[in-house]
Design a protein around this ligand. Structure first.
Ligand code: PNS
Length: 162
């Protein structure tokens, strides 16, 4: 039986930390579905189509990785896809409270859904999308934290140093 997992997130933008988790997940699962949340957050740096396009481009050589979007509740999306496992990355103890709340809520909403966690590699545990967003918005250079394809997309969009 094939093992599927959903790796959900905002991915605004995709970071090297996400890439590391996704690549490691392909060693544990036959297919990893990166589910990009469609949120109308005005604070977004990349819109949903830009995020999907860049993520697809980053992983285009890996047939085990699929990229999709979802709107509404994650458990509804998981049911629609018939996937019962959700993967989340855990960087530091600060992530724990939020992840615990989400995992428990999702399991109450749909008891068939299990969330599993992969601890981030120490090289990436300091990276977060919101930190990168801040760096870029405040005119800093974030290229050490993001894949080259994402850097190019951000440059195109913001027409400034990324
Ligand atoms: O990358 P993020 O922002 O930490 O991802 C959070 C995300 C998108 C996975 C989470 O907010 C989510 O699942 N949103 C969909 C709405 C939902 O199901 N909310 C209830 C979760 S308890």
């Amino acid at each position: 039986m094939k093992r599927f997992v959903i790796y959900p997130g905002s991915f605004d933008p995709l970071t090297n930390g996400h890439v590391n988790i996704i690549n490691r997940a392909t060693k544990c699962f036959d297919e990893v579905v990166i589910a990009v949340a469609v949120n109308s957050n005005k604070n977004s740096i990349l819109d949903i189509d830009e995020r999907i396009r860049t993520i697809k481009e980053v992983f285009k050589k890996n047939k085990k990785i699929k990229v999709d979007r979802f709107e509404g509740l994650l458990v509804h999306y998981a049911k629609k896809k018939r996937i019962k496992t959700i993967l989340r990355g855990m960087r530091t103890v600060q992530d724990f409270e939020y992840e615990l709340q989400m995992a428990r809520s999702n399991n109450i909403l749909d008891p068939e859904i299990e969330t599993i966690f992969m601890v981030s590699d120490a090289n990436y545990s300091h990276i977060s999308s919101s930190l990168i967003k801040d760096i870029i918005k405040l005119g800093g250079v974030a290229k050490a934290f993001i894949p080259k394809i994402v850097e190019n997309e951000l440059k195109k969009k913001l027409k400034k140093k990324v």
